[in-house]
Every structure is written in C-alpha cells, then in structure tokens.
Design a protein around this ligand. Structure first.
Ligand SMILES: Cc1cc2nc3c(=O)[nH]c(=O)nc-3n(C[C@H](O)[C@H](O)[C@H](O)COP(=O)(O)OP(=O)(O)OC[C@H]3O[C@@H](n4cnc5c(N)ncnc54)[C@H](O)[C@@H]3O)c2cc1C
Length: 317
C-alpha cells in the first residue's frame, strides 16, 4: 500500500497519545504522512519524523478564522496533493465534521467510529450504542476513516536525533464561500486532567453524587484519568456539559470506566459501553449498569470511592 494521510490538528509537543495512535495505525497500513492545518515548527516536524512520518502537508497561507470549513478545504487539497490510499482522523465532533465535508468535496466514502482498520482497509466499527460490531469498507474514492481514541496502540518514537526529517509541501487552499466566522475565543479552564474522549481512565458520576464530585476527582487524579458525568449530573449544573458521556454527550472508549452513582440508562450506555473494563458503584443492586459492568460494587459511592483511593495510596507508598 502507498501512503496513509493522518490529519493532526494542533500537534503539540510531546505528541498527544491520540495523534500517536493514528500514526501507529497509519504505519500498520502504509507509509504515514501528515496534514496539519497549521504551519509546524522545525521541532514539531522533526518530532513527527521520529514517529515515522515521511511527508508533511501544510497550508501555503494561514487559514481564515472560520469554523471547520477551512480545515476541510485544506484537507481535501492535501489529499489531492498526497494521493494517499486512505485518510485517518480522530473521532471527536470536529474531526468527524471535517471528515464529512472532505468526503463530499472528494466524492469519497466516510466511515466514523472505527475501532480497527485491517491492511485491506476493511474497518471494524462499533454501532447501535456499542451493542453490535460491524465490518465495512469504502467502495468509492479515497477511504476517509475517523478512529476512536484508545482503539489502537500508539507508535513509539525513534531515539532522539534519529528518524528522517519529513519532506514538507505547501498546499494552496481555495477561497471558501460564506462560512461561520469565529468572533471571540475564551480560554478553557485547565484541569490538568486528560481530555475526556482520549482518557485511558474515566471516573464518571451521576445523580448519585448529589452535587459533590470531590471523591471522583480524587480517584481520577490518582489514576491519571478524566472525570465524566451522566446527563442528570450535567443538567443539574454540578459539572460542565463537556463532561457528559452518552448519546447526546461524548462517546468514550477508555481502558477503564468507573461509573459511580449512575443508573446506566440506555442513553448513558451508548457513550461508554465499548470501554475495555467497566466498574460500577451503585447502592441499588438492580441498577441496569450492573448488566454491562465487569466488576460491580453495591454500596455508597461516598464510602467506596475514598476506600479505593486510600488503598491505591497505601499500595503506592
Ligand atoms: C434523547 C435523550 C438523550 C439522552 N442523552 C443522555 C446522555 O448523553 N448521557 C446520559 O447520561 N444520559 C442521557 N439521557 C438521560 C438518561 O435517560 C438518564 O436519565 C440519565 O442517564 C440518568 O442519569 P443518572 O444515571 O445519573 O441518574 P439516575 O437514573 O437518577 O440514577 C442515579 C443512580 O445513582 C444511584 N445512587 C444514588 N445515590 C448513590 C450513592 N450515594 N452511592 C451509589 N449510588 C447511588 C441510584 O441507585 C441510581 O441508580 C438522555 C435522555 C434522552 C431522552
């Protein structure tokens, strides 16, 4: 197979795990090349080289400050320039919108929610709220595939100073038509925790936390995880909406999902049941969450979570 183009928006250093996962998958399919909608520093380009990237595509001029339209216009041109066998993106809202727009521009098939891609480019994806796994393949145009975080192993970098510096190409992006313009930005409060959709560990709380996410935050920090929530908790205003997991929130696939004080409604399961290991803490032994839990604790989360945190600290001491 030829090259596989990975779309990496804002490649910060060190390269985030989600980007390294896409590069690892690309390397298993062909030669990884990267399209970045922002010009990259020499240092970042060299770092991508250490991760096996042979070529880089960047916009010839800074993209206009519109929502995803400009990124999609750029990626479509980068695909035309690179002629890859496939295009890989992350599976967040924005990446999926970029994928859809590029699919229309190129007349290509798009597959979202991928959890694996085989060398023949058949894609395994999780569908119907994670209750089925399906295998599909793009038959028209260059396959455009968005891949769920934590589904594949990240690529490990070559030793410092080794690896080839990627060849850089500038892509001319055509004028985009009327598009929504960004008029104001405000900095997101930094929690120091990983991004929810990329986290390997998530501790999520529901109505049962009764407004107090303290024990969940403590456990999440000990495990290097993110804090998630059910819609009941976000609607109550106990935690920001971006923490919501489920049908109308984020879809997550961590290695470990600790569900505390969440009943396990179908709309919550839709966002988290592909987690590798699910641990449920609920004081109602009939709560539906226990149907999908690998480990269940029937008990009060305000007693169970601090005990778990204490035990982790004791073992680490
Ligand atoms: C169109 C639509 C979209 C939706 N999208 C989403 C979505 O994206 N995500 C989502 O989560 N929901 C979503 N919902 C809402 C969903 O149907 C449920 O109402 C919601 O998930 C319930 O949240 P919960 O489990 O936190 O609350 P509840 O169902 O009230 O459950 C609270 C649980 O906490 C337990 N509990 C209480 N106190 C304690 C304690 N001290 N210790 C341990 N356990 C305790 C109780 O036994 C109970 O099981 C959606 C609904 C609709 C109609």
């Amino acid at each position: 197979m030829g090259s596989v183009l990975v779309f990496i928006d804002v490649p910060s250093l060190p390269l985030p795990r989600a980007a390294r996962e896409l590069l690892g998958l690309a390397a298993s399919l062909g030669e990884p090349v990267v399209a970045s909608p922002q010009p990259l520093s020499e240092e970042t380009a060299a770092e991508l080289g250490r991760h096996g990237v042979g070529a880089l595509y960047e916009p010839a001029k800074p993209l206009p400050d519109v929502l995803v339209a400009a990124k999609a216009a750029f990626l479509a041109e980068a695909v035309r320039a690179a002629g890859p066998a496939a295009v890989l993106l992350g599976n967040g809202f924005e990446d999926r919108e970029v994928a859809a727009r590029v699919g229309i521009k190129l007349g290509s098939g798009v597959i979202t929610d991928a959890v694996a891609v085989a060398p023949d480019l058949s894609v395994t994806k999780s569908v119907l709220a994670g209750s089925f796994t399906s295998t599909c393949r793009v038959e028209t145009g260059v396959p455009i595939i968005t891949v769920k975080a934590n589904s594949v192993e990240p690529v490990e970098p070559a030793e410092a100073g080794s690896g080839t510096v990627p060849e850089r190409s500038l892509v001319t992006v055509p004028e985009i038509g009327p598009a929504a313009v960004v008029t104001e930005r405000s900095e997101k409060r930094v929690s120091g925790r990983p991004e929810l959709s990329e986290a390997r560990v998530i501790v999520a709380g529901g109505r049962g936390v009764d407004g107090d996410f303290g024990p969940l935050e403590e456990l999440a920090d000990l495990l290097g995880g993110a804090v998630g929530a059910s819609r009941a908790a976000t609607d109550a205003g106990w935690i920001e909406h971006s923490a919501q997991v489920g049908q109308t929130g984020k879809t997550v696939s961590p290695q470990l999902y600790i569900s505390a004080g969440i009943s396990g409604a179908i709309q919550q399961k839709a966002g988290m049941q592909t987690a590798k290991v699910i641990v449920a803490v609920n004081k109602d032994s009939d709560a539906p969450v226990f149907e999908i839990a690998d480990f269940g604790v029937v008990g009060d989360l305000f007693s169970v979570l601090p005990q778990a945190a204490e035990e982790i600290r004791r073992r680490r001491a």
